[in-house]
Design a protein around this ligand. Sequence first.
Ligand code: F3S
Length: 78
Amino acid sequence: AYVITSPCIDVKDGACVDVCPVDCIYEGGRMFYIQPDECIDCGICESICPVAAIYPDDDLPAEEAPFLAANRAYFGAE
Ligand code: F3S
């Protein structure tokens, strides 16, 4: 699944929501989150985010690693 990370905080551009073909991106507080079980790994959101906040879960920069758990936790997933 793809993961939204720190550059989204307080930016919340929302372009990713408009392009997601399965509507798995949800607004929550100061950023948006991707529901990992709904994400189909198409990658369209990664290419359109103006602040490059979105990464594949297997290619997260080290400093953004906590957002893998944060995205899952937002939806109550393990
Ligand atoms: Fe955030 Fe980028 Fe989407 S700023 S809301 S991840 S387009």
